[in-house]
Structures are given as structure tokens and as C-alpha cells.
Design a protein. Structure first.
Length: 277
């Protein structure tokens, strides 16, 4: 009886060992094949994103995130195959993910904003943008922040979440832009002569486009002057040089014309003598 029981135990243990060994072997094969498939999937994703001209920083970051997720899923599946209880492990991972998400709420918003900026490209490195609070050139775009260098050489680090959810003006998005050069002339000056001089100066500048053609319009009647605008179109890079130089040229040209003058603010003062009693 004891021999029979012992033989049964040995047989049972042998069967269990063989079954466990097969499970371990199968799980090991799945693990090795799965790791290769994960590497292949990441490589395929990076190649597709690279063809779509997505920023290399985003490709690397998303590749790392995808690799971690796929490997965690693979290890959980392999552990389940060899009989390890994974329910509690998955619950712990879920709780840890929730805690991390709450702790990094602001960073995750910036990360999402960075992904949107890199994918949809509302602005690129080198563009001049106006964030509402800062005006400058984009120096770098990272996953969490965008670096803007202002024209007085200050470096402003802007959170991507804020940029992705607010109005940002891209001043470099278009190849051409319009600039309005304001000029005030005296009320006794000849408006037609002023228009003629301003349009002649615009025609002499090769940086000013002829289509759309320059125009001069009266925009207001001020306290001391008739206000005019010279509206011209230029290449985006020439906008400010044209604006500054055109102001100077107009002043010099007006000084050479007898019919034109640029007034200074003045007031008419009327003295009223009190009546004698």
C-alpha cells in the first residue's frame, strides 16, 4: 500500500514537473518572441513617424513610452501563462498610474501641449511669435516647454500646455506681410502732394511689392494733423527695415517740399478778460 502510494506520488510529481516545465518553456519562448516583436513594432512606428516628418524628439519620446507599455503588457501576459496571479499586480499598476497622473497633472498637460505643437506645427524653431505676454523668436521646442528669445535677448521659457490652449500669433507664418507707415501732415498741407511723394518713395524701394500695390489713405483728422497711412506689402523679413527707413525718407522728403509740413501738437488759448463790476 505504501509502495503504491509512493509510486502515485512520484508519478504525480513527474507529471506536474513536466507540465510546469512545458509551461515555463512555452512562456520563455513567448517572452523572447514578444521582445523581438516589441522592438520591431517600435522600429516600424519610428520609421512611419519619420516619413511623416515628425520631430525627432517626439519620435524618440513616444518610442520609449510605447516600448515601456508593450513590455509591461508582455511580462504580465507571460506571468499569467505560468500561473502567477496578475489581478493584484494590475490593480497596483493602475493605482500607481493614477497617483502619478494626479501628481504630474501640470506636466502631463504640458506634455500633451508639446505633442500637439510638434504634430500640428503652429510654429517652428526660428519663427517669430507673439504669445500675448512675450514677443520673440522660437529658439527650441521640447516636450514640456518652448524657449522664446525676445528681441532684447531675454530667454522666456513657456509651458507648452499654456501655448497649446491660448492664442499665439505666428508672425513668420506667411512669406509676405503688410506694414502701415503712419504720417501726420498739417491741415494747410496738400494731401494730394503728400500722397504723390509717399507713393514715389514706395516705388523707389525694391523691397516693396507692387502686387498688392502701395496705397495712401487718410485715416483720421487729429487735433493737430491730418493723419495718413502709407500701406505697403513686403517680404516678412523686410517688414521692420522698410518701416523704419520709410519713416525717415518721408520726413526728409516732406522737409524738401514747401507744400508739406509735419506739425507738432499745438493749442489755441483764448484769454477771457473778466468783466469789470
Amino acid at each position: 500500500m505504501e509502495n503504491i502510494n509512493l509510486d502515485q506520488i512520484i508519478t504525480k510529481m513527474t507529471e506536474m514537473a513536466m507540465e510546469s516545465g512545458l509551461k515555463l518553456l512555452f512562456a520563455l519562448i513567448v517572452l523572447l518572441v514578444g521582445l523581438r516583436l516589441v522592438k520591431y513594432a517600435i522600429r516600424l512606428m519610428k520609421k512611419g513617424m519619420d516619413k511623416a516628418s515628425i520631430d525627432p524628439t517626439l519620435i524618440t519620446f513616444l518610442g520609449s513610452i510605447l516600448g515601456v507599455i508593450l513590455r509591461v503588457l508582455l511580462f504580465v501576459s507571460v506571468a499569467s501563462m505560468i500561473g502567477i496571479e496578475t489581478t493584484s499586480f494590475i490593480a497596483v499598476l493602475g493605482a500607481a498610474g493614477l497617483a502619478v497622473g494626479l501628481a504630474l497633472q501640470g506636466s502631463l498637460a504640458n506634455f500633451a501641449g508639446g505633442v500637439l505643437i510638434i504634430l500640428f506645427k503652429p510654429f517652428r524653431v526660428g519663427d517669430t511669435i507673439d504669445t500675448g505676454n512675450h514677443l520673440g523668436s522660437v529658439e527650441a521646442i521640447s516636450i514640456l516647454t518652448t524657449h522664446v528669445r525676445t528681441f532684447d535677448n531675454r530667454l522666456v521659457i513657456c509651458p507648452n500646455g499654456q501655448l497649446a490652449n491660448s492664442v499665439v500669433t505666428n508672425l513668420s507664418a506667411k512669406e509676405t506681410r503688410r506694414t502701415d507707415v503712419p504720417v501726420g501732415i498739417a491741415y494747410d498741407s496738400n494731401i494730394a502732394k503728400a500722397r504723390e511723394v509717399m507713393l514715389r518713395l514706395a516705388a523707389e524701394d525694391p523691397r516693396i511689392l507692387t502686387d498688392p500695390e502701395p496705397v495712401v489713405r487718410v485715416t483720421g483728422l487729429g487735433d493737430s494733423s491730418v493723419d495718413l497711412f502709407l500701406r505697403v506689402w513686403t517680404a516678412t523679413d523686410d517688414l521692420w527695415p522698410v518701416y523704419w527707413e520709410m519713416l525717415e525718407k518721408i520726413k526728409i522728403a516732406f522737409d524738401a517740399e514747401d507744400e508739406l509740413s509735419i506739425p507738432f501738437p499745438q493749442r489755441d488759448v483764448h484769454l477771457i478778460q473778466p468783466k469789470k463790476a
